[in-house]
Design a protein around this ligand. Structure first.
Ligand code: GDP
Ligand code: IMO
Ligand code: MG
Length: 442
């Protein structure tokens, strides 16, 4: 059976974790394929509220295989912490598997992440400071350390000596920072390796075998397509290799591209962004900004604050130009529209349908950073619905104006909306079509 990829269609935090938690009931393998613990996926289900950074959101369905794929970079301390947290809260990690090919975030990576941001000055990206970017630089630079390396003490000792000699020169000569101690890292990371050993597996063969057996595989994306290194709003992007867009899903777990037949695009009903970079539909002050950030009129306690860093997210109106761009970029076949409830208190809602750029009307991504900064959104205004929708489970029970809003977004994207999320909890959704083709069990 084809694998289904779940991707973020905006700048991250669209609610991918929430959507994966729901859809994982239909499949037997759930795998993360890119990024590191810069990702933060919030899940609220019968087990409680969880913030996951590395473990796939399918972990709550005990019997399913959950894989951290070869495309992910792993901070072992953070992963061990996450496993301990899940165990403590009664969530089994017995079927968690870690790719032996995944790269490891080493102690110098978060240090370099922060130092780079300082050095960049006005060009600072506003990274999560987790060391994810620098771990990918090392992967591409072919000096990265992989999970399998940690399990071979002699080889790791040799590899670490070489890597650290080089990194200590970088830390001292370039950033004027103190060097790191070889013995301390060797002991600590060997210990981390032993803690991870029971989970380490040949996940590439596992996923390929599962595919051959015809099992449903769900690939959980991290970040959003507009943060993708190649196709996002460069340079204000993340560094994942493979890409955070759907095409990266195949490489990041070891499948061929023909296995990826369906792509679920997760879109928030408006726009958010954390970190720096252009955001044409941003609202920077006033009541509408506060209402969007706090989700006034929707589910309580779900304001727009980062799962990983706690930073207040920038907010704005739904950007139809960028959304259409990412729907096509990912080959989205099904849309999950989240946080519709968060718009409930607004009298009217704007949707950007084009940009004005240098006296021209355009409907595609502006070609340069400067052009994107100059692009002025052209809005359509739709009426709000002024009532709580968190309890709605059937499309027909949504207020007419809310249905109109969803239909307009569907038209802009050119793809059917199959899931409308009206709250952060597993069952707070209107599902009209199961992406795996089976019966719907909300
Ligand atoms: P992810 O990174 O794409 O998994 O998204 P995050 O978990 O970082 O951010 C999404 C936030 O929205 C989380 O706090 C979710 O609990 C919350 N959320 C998801 N879907 C809905 C929804 O339909 N309504 C509301 N109010 N909150 C939602
Ligand atoms: P999830 O999976 C939102 C952003 C950072 C910064 C830029 C680069 O939860 O949707 P990095 O630390 O990756 O080098 O930072 O990317 N960013 C995210 N924003 N959600 C994420 O992941 C993000 N991962 C990275 O804020 O702007
Ligand atoms: Mg997030």
């Amino acid at each position: 059976m084809p694998a289904v990829v779940v991707i973020g269609g905006q700048w991250g935090d669209e609610g991918k974790g929430r959507v994966v938690d729901f859809h994982s009931q239909y499949c037997s393998v759930i795998a993360r394929y890119s990024a590191g613990n810069n990702a933060g996926h919030t899940i609220i289900n019968d087990r409680g509220k969880f913030a996951l950074h590395l473990v796939p959101a399918g972990i709550f369905r005990g019997e399913k295989a959950c894989i951290i794929g070869n495309g992910v970079v792993i901070d072992p301390a953070k992963l061990i912490e996450e496993i301990a947290m899940l165990t403590e809260r009664g969530v089994s990690t017995a079927r968690l598997m870690i790719s032996e090919h995944a790269h490891v975030i080493m102690p110098w990576h978060p240090i370099i992440d922060r130092a780079e941001e300082t050095l960049k000055g006005d060009l600072a990206i506003g990274t999560t400071g987790t060391g994810t970017g620098p771990a990918f630089y090392d992967k591409v630079g072919r000096i990265g350390i992989r999970v399998a390396d940690l399990l071979d003490r002699e080889f790791f000792a040799w590899k670490l000596r070489n890597a650290l000699e080089y990194k200590n020169r970088v830390l001292q000569d370039l950033y004027h920072l103190p060097p790191l101690d070889y013995d301390t890292i060797l002991t600590q990371y060997t210990e981390y390796g032993e803690r991870m050993r029971p989970y380490v597996a040949d996940t590439i063969s596992y996923v390929q075998d599962a595919d051959e057996r015809g099992e449903f595989i769900l690939l959980e994306g991290a970040q959003g397509s507009l943060l993708d290194l190649d196709t996002g709003t460069y340079p204000y992007v993340t560094s994942s290799v493979p890409a955070s867009v759907a095409a990266g899903g195949a490489i990041g777990v070891g499948l061929g591209p023909t296995a990826l037949e369906r792509v679920v695009g997760v879109y928030k009903s408006y726009q958010t962004r954390v970190g720096n970079g252009p955001m044409p539909t941003e609202i920077t002050s006033g009541d509408e900004m506060v209402m969007l950030r706090e989700g006034t009129g929707g589910a309580a306690g779900t304001g727009e604050y980062g799962t990983t860093t706690g930073r207040a997210r920038r907010v704005g109106w739904f950007d139809g130009v960028l959304a259409r761009y990412t729907a096509r970029l990912n080959g989205v076949t099904s849309v999950a529209l989240t946080r519709l409830d968060s718009l409930s208190a607004l009298e009217s809602i704007k949707v950007c349908v084009a940009y004005e750029l240098d006296d021209q009307r355009i409907t595609t991504l502006p070609p340069t950073l400067r052009a994107m900064e100059r692009a002025k959104p052209i809005y359509e205004e739709l009426p709000g619905w002024g009532q709580d929708v968190t309890h709605v489970r059937h499309l027909g029970d949504l207020p007419t104006e809310a249905r109109q809003y969803v239909r307009r977004i569907e038209q802009i994207l050119g793809v059917q909306v199959d899931m409308i999320s009206v709250g952060p909890e597993r069952h707070q959704a209107i599902v009209t079509r199961d992406v795996f083709g089976g019966s719907i069990d909300v």
